[in-house]
Design a protein around this ligand. Structure first.
Ligand SMILES: Cc1cc2nc3c(=O)[nH]c(=O)nc-3n(C[C@H](O)[C@H](O)[C@H](O)COP(=O)(O)OP(=O)(O)OC[C@H]3O[C@@H](n4cnc5c(N)ncnc54)[C@H](O)[C@@H]3O)c2cc1C
Length: 196
């Protein structure tokens, strides 16, 4: 059952095994070639791997600058409002950058787990529930799907690269997502705007 953040609605106990959190993405209008090259020479993406303050930027093939960040509580549909902490951070990193033309915003849900390691739960025989990509499932879910599919096809789980366990609860799964959205995300956004 690879239904990501909807899995909690589909099987008892799963809702408490991860933190369902919103994540926003923003994109600029296509940038001038010189500005794009000044930000990301050669088109290479940039990422800071801090687990507490995720920060990455990339250019798409139309030279739109794309990034993800916690959504804005008050104006989640406004590209410039959602991107404001990122804009401030970029201006500190790239003095003289100016205001970027923030053009698009969209928001989805991610399945955070405390150790940020994807896992496979097996609540009953023959039901497998991958979860816990923690906002990084594009590669992880692809690899996990190959591993799990291969193990199911062979009916041999000994070599599966991901541990298969009972459902493991995530501490404070009811409270933490609400606290994160109401308090922690606004603090991160303010911190990014002002200092970080
Ligand atoms: C804004 C945003 C930015 C992100 N950026 C990145 C990134 O840069 N890098 C990265 O690695 N990851 C990123 N992620 C996370 C990544 O998208 C997920 O980790 C990944 O998509 C999880 O894969 P999945 O196959 O488990 O779930 P999904 O890709 O969400 O697929 C689950 C599928 O199940 C379907 N489904 C749900 N319920 C049911 C049902 N009852 N019946 C039938 N079908 C159902 C859904 O329609 C969906 O098609 C981002 C996520 C968001 C929201």
């Amino acid at each position: 059952m690879a239904t990501h953040t909807d899995s909690g609605q589909l099987w008892p106990g799963l809702a408490g095994s991860y933190y369902r959190l919103p994540l926003a993405m923003v994109a600029t209008a296509p940038l001038a070639a010189a500005q794009a090259a000044a930000l990301l020479p050669g088109g290479m993406p940039l990422a800071d791997s801090s687990p507490y303050n995720l920060f990455w930027i990339m250019l798409d093939r139309e030279r739109r600058l794309v990034a993800s960040l916690p959504p804005s509580l008050l104006r989640p549909d406004s590209p410039s409002r959602v991107a404001a902490p990122l804009q401030a951070r970029l201006q500190r990193l790239f003095p003289g950058l100016g205001t970027l033309p923030w053009d698009k915003v969209w928001t989805g849900w991610v399945d955070m787990v405390p150790d940020r390691l994807p896992r496979i739960f097996q609540p009953v025989p023959n039901l497998y529930v991958p979860l816990g990509y923690s906002g990084q499932g594009i590669v992880n879910a692809t690899v996990l799907g190959r591993e799990l599919g291969g193990a199911i096809a062979k009916d041999d789980f000994a070599d599966c690269a991901f541990a298969i366990t009972d459902i493991r609860p995530a501490p404070l799964a009811g409270l933490l997502p609400r606290l994160t959205q109401a308090v922690i995300f606004p603090l991160i956004r303010t911190g990014n705007r002002l200092f970080l």
